[in-house]
Write a protein that binds this ligand. Structure first.
Ligand SMILES: NC(=O)C1=CN([C@@H]2O[C@H](COP(=O)(O)OP(=O)(O)OC[C@H]3O[C@@H](n4cnc5c(N)ncnc54)[C@H](OP(=O)(O)O)[C@@H]3O)[C@@H](O)[C@H]2O)C=CC1
Ligand SMILES: CC(=O)[C@H](N)C(=O)O
Length: 276
């Protein structure tokens, strides 16, 4: 898949943030869309604007992908509508921020269910159909967080390390099948990722979701297995973490997250952690 014209692309987490940017960029490049998220109204607003702006054919599917039957219900809905997905963009993702023990257990587990379990289920269900047809593609949205452990975003970074490893393995397994698999590793991007928490993205260090989406799709069209769609320096950080001892990179990433105040971050609905 080197062009997007006429394909059917399913984007998870399309109601806002990077998912909306992927949807808009795919529509601009001529794709039909299936947009998935929990918030039906927001999804429909994205669908309406994409139809109006690009004349794209857009279907919406409301689904809680972190629920145990979320993916199976979504796949059944696609089958009922006879929708064959050519490109799966596993974008929906979330993560707790702050000390590990400062967030309720479920906050961590929900991110594992969404970032790992749902992504794996969708890759299996829709990837299987693609391999049977002999064509298709999967883009898994990981993060630069995939390349090192991250104190104060411990589960989040660990889920993204899974996405990186899983994607590289599938890309090799599927080689020659007509189905390509790629992981995208954005750095901090201006979305509502930290909404509902006391943490905030620093505008000077964030990329625009539109730029990240366009670079991701360009990299997939070029045949990349890993894409680094953020600003240039971010890729160099992922090299450094492959060369330095893991204890060093973990210490440095902990220090950086403390400098960003993430050691004090918490959900607005839960109390602040005790200062250490
Ligand atoms: N922003 C950043 O700095 C970076 C983000 N990323 C990754 O990019 C991806 C998109 O994140 P971003 O746009 O920033 O985050 P946002 O919080 O802005 O958007 C997350 C999207 O995921 C959807 N979503 C959340 N939970 C579920 C669920 N249980 N079922 C279905 N959909 C769900 C949300 O929709 P709804 O609430 O309607 O369900 C929303 O559309 C994630 O995988 C994230 O890890 C990677 C690197 C950097
Ligand atoms: C700002 C973040 O932590 C972001 N989700 C990332 O993956 O880098």
């Amino acid at each position: 898949m080197t062009r997007y014209t006429g394909i059917t692309a399913l984007v998870t987490g399309a109601s806002k943030g990077l998912g909306t940017a992927y949807a808009r960029e795919l529509a601009r490049r001529g794709a039909r869309l299936v947009l998935v998220a929990r918030s039906g109204d927001a999804l429909r607003r994205v669908a309406d604007s994409v139809r109006e702006e690009y004349g794209a054919e857009v279907t919406t599917e409301v689904a809680d992908l972190a629920a145990s039957d979320g993916v199976s219900r979504l796949v059944a809905a696609l089958d009922r509508r006879n929708i064959a997905v050519d490109l799966l963009v596993n974008n929906a993702g979330a993560g707790a921020v702050g000390p590990f023990l400062g967030s309720p257990q479920d906050r961590h587990i929900d991110s594992v269910e969404l970032n790992i379990v749902a992504l794996t289920r969708l890759s299996h269900a829709l990837g299987g159909k693609m391999v049977a047809r002999g064509s298709g593609g999967i883009i898994n949205v990981a993060s630069t967080a995939a390349f090192q452990a991250m104190p104060y975003q411990a589960t989040y970074a660990a889920t993204k390390a899974y996405v990186l490893s899983f994607t590289e393995a599938l890309a090799e397994e599927f080689r020659g099948s007509g189905v390509r698999v790629m992981a995208a590793h954005p750095g901090a991007t201006a979305t509502s990722f930290f909404e509902g928490t006391t943490a905030a993205l620093k505008p000077a260090f964030t990329d625009r979701p539109e730029t990240v989406a366009a670079r991701t799709l360009d990299a997939f069209a070029r045949g990349a297995v890993n894409a680094y769609p953020g600003r240039t320096g971010l890729r160099a950080i992922t090299w450094a973490t492959r060369i330095l001892p893991r204890t060093t990179t973990t210490r440095v990433s902990g220090r950086l997250n403390r400098a960003l105040g993430l050691d004090q971050a918490h959900d607005i609905s839960t109390p602040a952690p005790e200062p250490s």
